[in-house]
Design a protein. Sequence first.
Length: 458
Amino acid sequence: MKLNDKDKAAPVSTSEVKLTIISFAYFFFVICSYYMLKPVRDSLALEFGSKNINILNILSMFCLIGVNAIYSIIVGKYKRDIFIPYITKFFIGCLVVFWLIFSYLIPLESPQTGLSITKIIYYGGYYLWVNIFSLIAVCMFWSFMNDVFTVEQGKRLYAYIGYGGLIGGAAGSAITKFAVKIVGTDNILLIAIALLYPSIWCMKYIHTRYHPEGVKQDDVTPPKPAHPASPYDGFISVSKNLILILMAFEMFFYTCSTTFFSQQMNHLVETQIEQGAFTSVSDARTSFIANIYGWVNIMSLVAQFVVTQLVMMLKNPIYGLLLLNIIQLVGTGILLSLPSLGLASLSLTVVSWTFILRRSLDYSTARILRESVYIPLDRQAKYQGKGFIDTVVFRFGDGLSSIMLFGGMTYFGYGTWIDYSILIVMAIQFYVIIRAAKLYAQLVNEAEQATAAPTAAV
């Protein structure tokens, strides 16, 4: 859609201020609630052992295939002001159920007595659910934003809107870190519920005032698709668009390298973090992980203010995605060299800071760059194509790399083969990003030429 942008010289024109603020708040509430749920998920998952987390990631992959099929049908049948609020309310209802389970059925604050079948089901279920929530909720937000803003507005405003998620993540991590000592891990879910619900109000506010050109405000369904809504719409949208195919491969290789590296971090947290002054080892791990994500969001704010602003000034900002690879290559190289230097004790520190720096850049600069690719595309690409990439492709990369990790650790154990696997993946992703950046430049150029072309008089 087009907004009043009479003052293009300003980063945010007068007509865009309120929209930008509400979009900021919307992203804040979604990410803040997620960053309260994530440390709880990671802490409970370690009860299975770091090696067995790979099994949960494999299960997530299969779950997301079914979830994306349902999501594609819903998006194809209903307008955004229908499906986004109802899906969000469904997530809130699930959180209420998990709170009841962790408070009364299997209290988290009770002494840990090993894994029972009941714990395996509910801990595993919560892990899978958070994975689904994080992908769908964030995907819906950015699809909605891409449906509201133009390419020109995205370049100017997305960095400011992105601060909502970064500040929300920092706030969520900080709240979790300090509140877990007071209210316990289970009641963190109640705080997350209170923070997630206002995101619905923000979405509805934006929808009632800004909507895509050509779509009447009183329509209940989206523009009529070329065929009835299908569970395969996301895959179809990606398969027929080269830029989406490249973005799918970029996401796949990013997820693979992240999963390999997360295995290293999980192993170190499992073996080196002790109960200390906390009530349980679970609380100690929750606090440590929350602290890591707190640093991720602090560094994300710095990256958003400095790196994102600089990258978005480039003629082709998509090349900025290469920064993620560079950070990972440096971190992995240092990790490989520590044993020979007699500094193996620093492994957790190196892994933690590599994780922090890479994730902070991913949550700030890289996220903005990826979302910018979708703005000039059609509705199916924005919602269903993007949804397929952000859920199925993301979890497929996670699941496939988890299968490789599970098999590799079964036969070779924990070792440097993980680092070398990361380096191979990074080399392939370098090529994919360069191809995607070149195609993006071509698409933007074509779009600009089409806009500048004179219109024949009628």
